[in-house]
Ligand binder design. Structure first.
Ligand SMILES: [Zn+2]
Length: 416
């Protein structure tokens, strides 16, 4: 009986142990498969996602593509066959070269050289070129989100007394003060120089390759004020000239014949009046549109956060770079209050109220239009879908081309 009891207990214990073991194994298998699925998911995700910041920075030289090409958007892309901008040239020098961000599309180099040349001709001293793009573009380890496709240039507002002037990192901030009083968000007249800085910005904006330039909103506001001032002076001048002309026309003339005579030229009878032969006051009057034409360049200057120590030039996509995603042409001078304040942290609440009001007004105007038919609605949805598909396809090509730049070169098999 005792033996039977012992056998029963042993059997029970063995069974219990076996069950526990099975449970453990099942649990282990479950965890294992869970981990495997997780890593598989991660693998798929990492295959799909963009490379890390560090991966781009590791590439220390440009790719060897013969035809330079900007691929993707300013904040999502890379550059093939980038060119290194020399450390210095006529009227310019590049600074902080240890960052290895002095590469770009050949257009970028051309624009820098052109601005440098004009700066030199106008004795503006050497302009300082800051970050461009990394050797193959892409996201940087720190700092900018854009500057990825070799078409962005940072130029510092600070003045270098001469080329080759070495600026140590610790002196950098001191040598490049903000152009605005950051508390008041207004131009700081102690550092801002209308003659130099306006000419510099105008020169940059006048380059046909330049799409837009980002500056602190207070700088843009200052440019708008200068434009308004010029327009006001110009209108005063027109008013003054009109009064002068009016007074002149009231002076009595000696005889009508002395002012008008008939002349014969190549058999043709022509009436020659003083108005035709000599310029009058009216001819010398400045045309009304000249002021707007003169200040047209400020339309390319756009307000953006920061950008009070340097300005940021963005070039348009080169025409033959099919995968380059550019930005549209800017419209208007951009001097409207809302447009300016939109990019100031101080006015965020105010801007939101204004924008909501604008949105409501737009919706009200849309509501007045006849409603879309079912067919029109379907067509609109179809078009949007098509556009999205085109865009997704292009992004996939951008990813593929850019990721190839980061792949390690495959070792060629030695022939047997
Ligand atoms: Zn920049």
């Amino acid at each position: 009986m005792k033996t039977l009891l012992l056998i029963c207990i042993s059997l029970f214990l063995f069974n219990h142990q076996l069950q526990a073991q099975t449970k453990k194994t099942v649990k282990q298998t479950k965890t294992q498969s869970k981990t495997q699925t997780k890593s598989k998911k991660k693998q798929i995700k990492s295959k799909k996602s963009r490379p890390k910041r560090q991966d781009w920075t590791k590439r220390s030289v440009p790719s060897k593509h013969k035809n330079p090409e900007a691929i993707g958007g300013y904040s999502y892309g890379c550059i093939l066959g980038a060119k290194a901008v020399p450390s210095k040239g006529v009227g310019y020098q590049t600074i902080r070269r240890e960052r290895n961000r002095y590469y770009g599309h050949p257009f970028t180099l051309k624009v820098i050289q052109e601005i440098g040349k004009i700066a030199h001709e106008n004795q503006l001293s050497a302009i300082e070129i800051g970050d461009l793009s990394q050797p193959v573009g892409g996201l940087m380890a720190f700092g900018h989100k854009s500057h990825q496709i070799g078409l962005d240039i940072d130029i510092w507002f600070g003045i270098s007394k001469a080329l080759d002037q070495e600026i140590k990192e610790k002196d950098f901030e001191k040598k490049h003060p903000p152009m605005i009083d950051r508390k008041k968000e207004e131009i700081d007249p102690h550092v801002w120089d209308d003659q130099r800085h306006l000419l510099l910005l105008k020169t940059a904006a006048s380059q046909s390759e330049v799409n837009r330039i980002f500056v602190h909103w207070a700088i843009k506001k200052h440019l708008c004020q200068q434009y308004e001032l010029d327009k006001k002076n110009h209108q005063e001048q027109i008013k003054h000239s009109a009064i002068m002309l009016d007074e002149l026309s009231n002076i009595p003339t000696t005889s009508d014949e002395s002012e008008t005579e008939l002349i014969q030229e190549e058999g043709e009878l022509k009436l020659n009046t003083p108005a035709e032969s000599t310029p009058t006051q009216a001819d010398e009057l400045p045309k009304k549109s000249t002021i707007d034409e003169k200040w047209q360049w400020i339309s390319k200057i756009r307000p953006w956060y920061g950008h009070d120590q340097h300005f940021h030039i963005r070039l348009s996509c080169p025409k033959d770079n099919a995968l380059c995603e550019g930005q549209g042409t800017v419209r208007g001078l951009g001097c409207e209050e809302l447009e300016l304040k939109k990019f100031s942290h101080r006015y965020q609440g105010w801007v939101k109220i204004q924008e909501d009001a604008l949105k409501q007004k737009r919706e009200e105007e849309l509501a007045k239009l006849p409603p879309l038919t079912e067919a029109q609605k379907a067509e609109k949805i179809k078009k949007n879908k098509e556009l999205q598909e085109i865009w997704l396809k292009q992004r996939a090509t951008v990813n593929e081309k850019c990721n190839q730049l980061l792949e390690k070169p495959k070792k060629s098999k030695s022939p047997k």
